[in-house]
Design a protein around this ligand. Structure first.
Ligand SMILES: Nc1ncnc2c1ncn2[C@@H]1O[C@H](COP(=O)(O)OP(=O)(O)OP(=O)(O)O)[C@@H](O)[C@H]1O
Ligand SMILES: [Mg+2]
Length: 228
């Protein structure tokens, strides 16, 4: 009986590895044939082949300054609890060089897409409203001690309804103050030491910068239209 049980347990372990292998193979096939909807410094984002409302963030080689995907998933869960619009997290997976975060695919485009790929803004887009909402979101995050720390044009999505959605909590940190939020320690595999990094910008200054670039863009677009 005990041998049988041990045997079964071994099989379970074996099967877990099989499942992991299968996930890795599935990811390979997604990568080779899948539709990529985004690319950042650390990750590629693919639409699920089974459900276009789901996407996979795939990170292959670990970036030293990046949260593990299970931490990123936790930040998304927490943000949703406090009613900050972020993608619904589905599952996180980490094995060796691979990290995957499955989440809701947000319908819309990042500010970066609008600026550089000339994607049209939603009809009746109101820039003042949009940034007021974004500011409210970062305020709520901060009140709950969450600092995003990487708010750039690629990490803010303009949804079809004209509202913002914040993505990519790969650099986020739980902190007790603005000062504390700027500091982090990371293990640097090259020097084999823990090193302190002090972030130069804040979420507030980043939001202002995004607003400025979008404002400039809209002004330029309207001037070009007038001159046509
Ligand atoms: N849930 C999502 N729904 C729709 N598009 C997404 C989603 N997540 C990411 N994207 C798209 O993919 C791009 C890259 O994703 P993400 O920002 O998570 O990658 P990253 O490598 O962590 O980026 P960074 O360069 O900011 O570190 C985003 O700029 C966005 O255009
Ligand atoms: Mg990003």
């Amino acid at each position: 009986m005990s041998i049988e049980f041990a045997d079964r347990l071994n099989n379970v372990n074996f099967e877990t590895e099989e499942i992991e292998l299968e996930i890795i193979n599935l990811l390979e096939s997604l990568r080779n044939g899948g539709e990529r909807i985004g690319r950042g410094r650390t990750a590629d984002i693919y639409i699920s082949e089974k459900n276009p409302q789901i996407c996979y963030k795939i990170i292959e080689r670990r970036h030293v300054f990046y949260n593990f995907v299970e931490i990123e998933k936790k930040f998304l869960e927490k943000a949703r609890e406090i009613d900050v619009r972020v993608p619904v997290p589905i599952f996180s997976y980490r094995k060796g060089e691979y990290e995957v975060l499955a989440m809701e695919r947000i319908g819309g485009f990042s500010v970066e897409d609008v600026l550089f790929n000339e994607i049209e803004l939603p009809e009746n887009f109101n820039i003042e409203f949009f940034f007021r909402e974004l500011q409210k979101m970062t305020d709520t995050l901060h009140r709950n001690r969450i600092y995003h720390r990487d708010l750039h044009e690629g990490n803010v999505i303009i949804e079809k309804n004209g509202y913002p959605c914040v993505i990519d909590f790969g650099s986020a940190k739980n902190a007790f103050s603005e000062e504390d939020s700027k500091r982090s320690e990371f293990y640097n595999p090259e020097t084999k030491k823990r090193e302190e990094v002090v972030f130069a910008t804040t979420d507030e200054s980043n939001v202002l910068e995004i607003k400025l670039s979008l404002k400039k863009y809209i002004k330029k677009q309207s001037l070009t239209k007038k001159n046509k």
